[in-house]
Design a binder for this molecule. Structure first.
Ligand code: HEC
Length: 119
């Protein structure tokens, strides 16, 4: 069945309002975290699902990280610990091979938000 022209028009106006609203909304922490993971080049060492270019095999893949009980096998996986790990891994595991990447506290929170929602 044909849709009358006036109906199609109303529909596309509604759609464009919905899409504009979407692109102007502030990015969520998770979305920002995804971009930061690629900006900080975490993917040179880690495979990280959903992050551009994150296909490094030097270190463990970070897939399903939100389901992990421990960070690096020793530190209970919580938001607080993960933020600290991302900023300064050696403060939790002295001598770890993961380098300090110079991540700021605000960036580390968003990176942790992204990693913790990976299922
Ligand atoms: C030079 C390579 C390298 C880079 C770059 C790197 N990491 Fe790592 N990462 C490691 C290594 C090695 C480990 C394992 C540490 C250990 O077991 O002591 C690790 C462990 C981790 C873990 C814990 C993984 C697990 O299975 O428990 C997380 C989370 C993590 N890295 C996040 C990041 C984030 C976020 C970045 C970017 C800010 C990053 N890494 C950049 C090498 C790297």
């Amino acid at each position: 069945m044909m849709i009358p022209p006036y109906r199609r028009c109303a529909c596309s106006v509604f759609l464009s309002i919905a899409l504009t609203g979407c692109s102007e909304a502030p990015a969520t922490n998770v979305e920002r975290g995804r971009r930061l993971l690629s900006q900080y080049h975490c993917g040179t060492c880690h495979v990280i699902p959903g992050v551009n270019g994150a296909n490094g095999t030097f270190a463990v893949p970070l897939e399903s990280f939100g389901l992990r009980s421990y960070i690096a096998g020793h530190i209970p996986n919580s938001e607080e610990h993960l933020v600290r790990w991302v900023m300064e891994p050696a403060s939790l595991i002295p001598g770890t091979l993961m380098p300090n990447m110079g991540v700021t506290p605000a960036d580390a929170r968003d990176i942790a938000a992204y990693l913790l929602q990976l299922r």
